[in-house]
Design a protein around this ligand. Structure first.
Ligand code: FSX
Ligand code: SF4
Ligand code: F3S
Length: 370
């Protein structure tokens, strides 16, 4: 047994080997591999000679992207992330401050040139020379331009970093610009993980993929991992059978809304937003906007979130077959909750939902029972 291989009782990222395997298996399924790939990912990660160093820069943002990685009910996810990578610099999480932190960043970049992952959270203001966002007296624009060419790859996390997000909303007073545009033409590989905030599992899976295969996952034309952003939310939504049957909530709180009908007429942008919220869901409680009665407002999609009016109807990109056909009579499908289980079972990524979101819960429940 290799020294870094976890034993039955060993912990990785503060979680048991069994839970770690669950996470890797969920990530494997979710990235389009078979379940049997989970142990291979786990082995690659635990036997890696070195955790990839990460420099995390912040531009114009609300820190929601960092928070989404840290705020989990069970203290497992953030420790898992922090054990997968060596987070050498993050303005939010740095232990040191001021000159000390800046010196550590410079040292890590120098020692790890060509090897570290640069994560950027937030958009980059370019107007007036970028003076609207400065760290340690320098513009983030300068810091990004100086740091990115030394990185192995750049991960832009959140809608702000990937396409501009909130700071770029009209009239975009600071010239908020996405990271990939700043780096256009440099040949530096950039991965976009949009969402405001994005699902932390999309970030985790991208890191797991990189550590396992030593390369970036397949990306779409907007530089998003295809495994996470390859489908419209509308394709696997639990309310989709209601859409197909023509049952809509007309107003918040009306009978259709209480019955869990489709939220299209309330402005749901699921038909024009590519993301996996309807299959992967958020946090330990496994919820997402549509599930709790609010239309998706397209927070991850450029030209939709923070751009289209909240309650204007979506412009469906294409009509796709539903994942599940149900009777059009409401009696047989009372509300979304009764449909959710059936649809979720058929949905792509259901394995990830079932396994990933129960992380730590079983042990918790067992403890409660004992
Ligand atoms: Fe906030 Fe991140 Fe939104 Fe932006 O997420 S959650 S404003 S995408 O950069 O911190
Ligand atoms: Fe779901 Fe929205 Fe599509 Fe209705 S319009 S099925 S609520 S994603
Ligand atoms: Fe955002 Fe819509 Fe998902 S608002 S979190 S893309 S459901």
């Amino acid at each position: 047994m290799k020294c870094c291989e976890p034993t039955q009782d060993a912990l990785f990222g503060g979680i048991s080997r069994r839970d770690f395997l669950k996470v890797c298996t969920a990530a494997a399924v979710y990235m389009g591999f078979t379940e049997s790939f989970g142990p291979k990912i786990a082995e690659a990660v635990t036997t890696a000679s070195r955790r990839p160093p990460v420099i995390w820069l912040s531009g114009q943002e609300c820190t929601g992207c960092t928070e989404t990685l840290l705020r989990t009910t069970h203290p497992t996810f953030e420790s898992l992330i922090l054990d997968l990578i060596s987070l050498d610099y993050s303005e939010t999480l740095n232990a040191g401050a001021g000159h000390q932190a800046e010196e550590f960043r410079a040292k890590s970049i120098e020692e790890n040139t060509g090897k570290f992952i640069l994560v950027v959270e937030g958009s980059i203001p370019v107007k007036d020379g970028g003076i609207y966002c400065k760290v340690a007296g320098r513009t983030v624009l300068d810091i990004l331009k100086e740091t990115a060419p030394k990185a192995a790859a750049v991960i832009a996390i959140g809608s702000c970093a990937t396409w501009g997000g909130v700071p770029s909303a009209e009239p975009n007073p600071t010239g908020a610009t996405p990271v990939y545009k700043i780096l256009e033409g440099t040949g530096i590989p950039v991965v976009n993980i949009p969402g405001c905030p994005p699902n932390p599992y999309n970030f985790l899976s991208t890191i797991l993929y990189y550590v396992t295969f030593k390369k970036l996952p397949q990306l779409d034309d907007k530089l998003r991992p295809k495994f996470a952003y390859g489908r419209l939310i509308h394709e696997n939504c639990e309310r989709r059978p209601h859409f197909d049957a023509g049952r809509f909530a007309e107003q918040f709180g009306d009978e259709g809304h209480r019955q869990g009908y489709c939220l299209y007429k309330l402005g749901c942008k699921g038909p024009e937003t590519f993301n996996n919220c309807s299959t992967l869901r958020f946090n330990d409680v496994g919820t997402w906007p549509v599930n709790i009665g609010h239309p998706c407002f397209g927070c991850s999609e450029e030209g939709v979130g923070f751009t289209a009016p909240l309650h204007s109807p979506a412009r469906p990109l294409y009509i796709t077959p539903p994942t599940q056909f149900v009777s059009a009579t409401p009696e047989q499908g009372k509300g979304a909750s009764s449909l959710a289980a059936a649809v979720a079972g058929a949905a792509v990524g259901a394995g990830a939902v079932a396994i990933g979101l129960n992380l730590g819960k079983k042990d918790h429940d067992e403890n409660e029972e004992s």
